[in-house]
Every structure is written in C-alpha cells, then in structure tokens.
Design a binder for this molecule. Structure first.
Ligand code: ADP
Ligand code: MG
Length: 288
C-alpha cells in the first residue's frame, strides 16, 4: 500500500500546480542529482519571433504554407510573420512531413519546399555552401536559424529569437545551489545554445541533438550513476522524458510530452521543479 504521507504529498503538490502521476515519481524526485532542461519552449517562452530574414515574400508564402502543418514554435513564428506582419495569404500544402528536431518539407503549388536546420537540409541533399558559411559571423549569438530551400535550391534563412522565461535563471540557480548538476539539452545549433545557457546560468550544454540523441544523453547520465530528471515540452523531448528517472513536462507543452512524463507543471514556471523536489524530500523525510 502507498504510505499515507505520499498520498498527502501528491495532494499538496497538486495544490501548488505540480501534478505527480504516481507515488513513485514523488519518491524518486527527491533523490534526483541531475536536472536536464530542454531549451526551446522550456527554458525559453517558446514564442519565437523572426528577427531578420533573407527570404522574399514569394518564398515566404511557400515556407509558411508548409510550416502551417507543423506545431513547432519555430513554425508558428514563421506562419505569423507571413500572415500577420507581411499580410500574405498562405496556400494549401501537400505531402507535408515534419521531422522532429530537424524541420519540415512539403509541396506547395507543385514546388518542393524545405525548412529546417543545416543538418536537415544537408540530409535532403542540399549544400548551403559559401553563402551559408559567410552568414554565420553576422548572426545574433542566441538566434536560431531556419534555412529554406525550394525545388532543391537554397533560398535563404530566417533568424529567429526567443526569450528566456523570467523564472528560468532563478530555478537554475536554486538547483545549482542545492548541488544539482544542471544541463541544457537542445536540438538548436551549438553557438545559440551556449549563448542562451550563459544567460540562464547553465554551464553544461548538449546541442544539435535529434530526439534519439536526447534520449541517449539521458541514458548516458544514468549510466554515470546520476539520478536524472528531464524537463521538456515538445514531441522531440518525449523519448528523453520517458527515459529519465523523473520526466517533468510543461503542461502548456505538447500532449505527447505530458503523456511521457511522470510529473506535469500546470504553470510553465520552472521554479515548480525546485518546489516539487523540496516537497518530495520533505515527504520522504516524514516517512523515514
Ligand atoms: P529544442 O531542443 O531547443 O526544443 P528542437 O529539437 O525542437 O529544439 O528543434 C531543433 C532544431 O530543429 C531547431 O532549432 C530548428 O533548427 C529545427 N526545426 C525543428 N522543427 C522545425 C520546423 N518545423 N521548422 C524549421 N526548423 C525546425
Ligand atoms: Mg522544446
């Protein structure tokens, strides 16, 4: 039988907006000594905006029309930029395939449109070449880049910026002070991830990961003897959330993430991770 203290703990946590799936998750969280955070949508607000772009309106319509089918925050940013800022009318897209952590491709008006990161374009046989390399030094350090190709030809890129959640740095500081190893795990490019990590006070960054790499990173920490909590919001985080000793999903994130996690934060405030850990420890102390 579940000790009464755990039942009480779960109830108390729920009152604070922290939903534990079961008593085991509440018990395990107290012994966590490594917390891994996804970047986009978890440490950041996840409402990225287009900061700059080399894409003309004709290509923007095509890119946004394909991105309409993706629920990624970057996709939303591109669609909003096209429809709200540029006031463009989108077209129906066919055969849309989104690859988690990489990008999206589809057909619009019989043209094959690709939007995604460098690895994604390369995997689709595109070389961005000199043009792509030359732009890197001019990019804002924290900006995410979405490259666009149409009919097998590189078109240009968007620079997309996202803000840290106001509470993220405080949550990271509390965990670090408690002696917990804090890691950022992201599919974004290394330079952008490291610049963001610095702002939020995280010293360990694993970047340019695919969903399967996120999962492997968690397995690796566990193999090192760490008791690992993973905090994430996206479909791309689901394997890692499931692999962690404790998966913590943002309730504002995708359903897939919530389903894969043992804990859900009702409010997207990462101080909830600190509160949940303290509650878990207090509960365990009251039992032993
Ligand atoms: P994070 O781990 O920070 O949440 P993701 O794993 O979701 O980031 O995405 C990693 C990278 O994949 C993004 O930085 C972006 O370059 C690319 N990407 C993913 N989905 C899309 C999309 N729908 N459109 C364009 N690029 C995408
Ligand atoms: Mg995310």
């Amino acid at each position: 039988a579940t000790p009464m203290a755990l039942v009480v703990g779960i109830g108390r946590a729920a009152g604070q907006g922290v939903l534990f799936r079961d008593a085991a998750a509440l018990e395990r969280l107290g012994s966590v000594d490594a917390v891994v955070f996804d970047k986009t949508g978890t440490l950041t607000v996840g409402r990225p905006k287009i900061l700059s772009s080399t894409i003309d309106d004709a290509a923007l319509v095509l890119a946004a029309s394909v991105e309409q089918a993706s629920e990624h925050p970057l996709a939303t940013a591109i669609v909003k930029h096209a429809t709200e800022e540029r006031r463009l009318t989108l077209r129906p897209a066919q055969n849309v395939q989104a690859t988690a952590g990489q990008g999206v491709r589809g057909t619009v008006d019989n043209r094959v449109v690709l939007a995604g990161n460098l690895a994604y374009l390369q995997a689709n046989g595109l070389s961005i070449g000199k043009e792509g390399e030359a732009l890197s030094p001019n990019l804002p350090s924290t900006g995410t880049i979405v490259y666009v190709a149409i009919d097998g030809k590189y078109e240009g890129y968007f620079v997309v910026g996202d803000e840290l959640r106001p509470e993220s740095a405080a949550a990271v500081a509390s965990l670090t002070e408690a002696g917990i190893r804090v890691v950022m795990l992201t599919g974004d490019r290394k330079a952008a991830a490291e610049a963001m990590a610095k702002q939020v006070g995280i010293h360990e960054v694993i970047a340019e990961t695919l969903p399967a790499d996120k999962y492997k990173a968690i397995e690796k920490l566990k193999a090192e003897g760490r008791v690992v909590a993973m905090v994430g919001d996206g479909i791309n985080d689901a394997p890692a959330l499931a692999a962690a000793d404790v998966g913590i999903a943002l309730g504002t994130g995708t359903d897939v993430a919530v389903t894969a996690a043992g804990v859900t934060l009702v409010r997207p405030d990462l101080r909830g991770v600190v509160a949940a850990r303290e509650l878990s420890r207090a509960t365990i102390r009251s039992i032993r």
